[in-house]
Write a protein that binds this ligand. Structure first.
Ligand code: NAD
Ligand code: GLY
Length: 361
């Protein structure tokens, strides 16, 4: 087993990474917990609900299970309320611990529920998608979508531990693996050029879930994310670089309707657009733009965005937490492994979007 420490003002905790970690979930529950609420969805529950329940039962504590509908389209107030309903109906108190067993949707909603229930209860992240293992379970961003914008309602709230079982990836559809790999290569692009090159060399192993390669990719991603969030938990500066490709990506997700493209697919394609923007604004070389495009394609994510129409793109991108005073701000790369975060000239953004229209015709 490997352990990656995360240290933030809002809480310090370990990320445990191991094949078979699910069986040892009881170790993540504090002695003084009065009850455990295991929160999942029918898809994940069918595979791992029993295993997780049996492992948690070893604590001897009262255990309730809450099942939420599956999918990004359900990451909303209505579904969040189902958690509060169950916690209150079962009279869980302030010392209860919530356990999020699922992908980023379950993790983000469970974390937000933990932040709000009785003004804050402890929670454990048990991420079961690659994307959640390398990104969403770490760093304490929690929340839900609003019809007008992605992840627009939420809180920074850290878990007490992150428990990663690499075995659970075996049941994940290939499309979800590709989406998770988009976030993996993002770390290389923004902060670790050597890791990006390693991903290029190992892409087939990663897609095939070669145990050694995928475990290294998860561990390195967690280390890099832990480093960034420990410098800037609440995204007042450095943390913004984790959003490379996300401004374009979120516009794709909300423009097409949540759930049409997977979050990681939209981010993958968004990174290609952000690389093109970087070429215009920061002189990223044509060769580097092509490396980004080639690796996004090689992991199995789309590189050609939908043609939403330039005005609609801008409108959608303005509903972004990075926008300030109505001005669009982007994460860009002067070179692979280095990121900048600043306002982008609208004319450059339009040039990138014009190329999208041309590529579609
Ligand atoms: P997801 O949670 O919808 O999971 C994808 C699908 O895989 C779902 O149908 C799920 O039920 C299924 N699934 C999960 N684990 C499985 C397994 N082991 N075997 C088989 N099927 C399994 O999607 P996701 O990609 O994990 O997460 C995307 C969400 O994460 C988005 O809402 C995004 O905004 C959020 N996110 C948050 C952060 C953050 O920092 N909090 C970072 C990145 C993304
Ligand atoms: N996924 C972006 C962040 O955690 O900040």
């Amino acid at each position: 087993m490997s352990t990656v420490p995360v240290q933030t003002p809002g809480g310090s905790y370990p990320i445990h990474i191991d094949a078979g970690r699910l069986k040892r979930l009881a170790e993540s529950i504090p002695e003084d917990a009065t009850a455990i609420a295991l929160i999942s969805n029918p898809t994940v529950s069918a595979y791992y609900g029993e295993l997780a329940s049996q492992a948690l039962a070893k604590t001897g504590k009262r255990l309730i299970s809450i099942e939420l509908p599956d999918g990004e389209a359900h990451k909303d107030w209505q579904t969040l309320n189902l958690i509060f309903d169950a916690l209150l109906q079962n009279r869980l108190d302030r010392k209860a611990v919530l356990v999020a067993l699922g992908g980023g949707v379950i993790g983000d909603m469970c974390g937000f529920a933990a932040a709000c229930y009785m003004r804050g209860v402890r929670f454990v992240q048990v991420p079961t998608t690659l994307l959640a293992q390398v990104d969403s379970s770490v760093g304490g961003k929690t929340g839900i979508n609003h019809p007008l914008g992605k992840n627009m309602v939420g809180a920074f709230y850290q878990p007490i531990s992150v428990e990663i079982d690499t075995n659970v990836l075996a049941t994940l559809p290939a499309r979800e693996i590709s989406a998770g790999l988009a976030e993996v290569i993002k770390y290389g692009l923004i902060i670790d050029a050597e890791f990006f090159a390693w991903c290029e060399q190992n892409v087939e192993k990663l897609r095939a879930l070669d145990p050694q390669a995928i475990t290294y990719a998860i561990q390195r991603s967690c280390e890099l994310k832990a480093y960034v969030v420990s410098q800037d938990e609440r995204e007042s500066g450095l943390r913004a670089i984790l959003n490379f490709g996300h401004t374009f990506g979120h516009a794709i997700e909300s423009g097409l309707g949540y759930g049409q493209w997977l979050h990681g697919e939209a981010v993958g394609c968004g990174m290609v657009l952000a690389a093109e923007l970087s070429a215009l604004t920061h002189g990223l070389s044509a060769d580097s733009v092509e490396r980004v495009r080639a690796l996004v394609a090689a992991i199995g994510c789309p590189v050609l965005p939908p043609d939403l129409g330039a005005e609609r793109w801008i409108e959608l991108m303005q509903v972004d937490k990075k926008t300030e005073g109505g001005q669009l701000r982007f994460v860009t790369l002067p070179e692979i492994g280095q990121a900048r975060f600043e306002a982008a000239p609208l004319v450059a953004v339009h040039r990138v979007l014009e190329n999208v229209s041309i590529a579609q015709t």
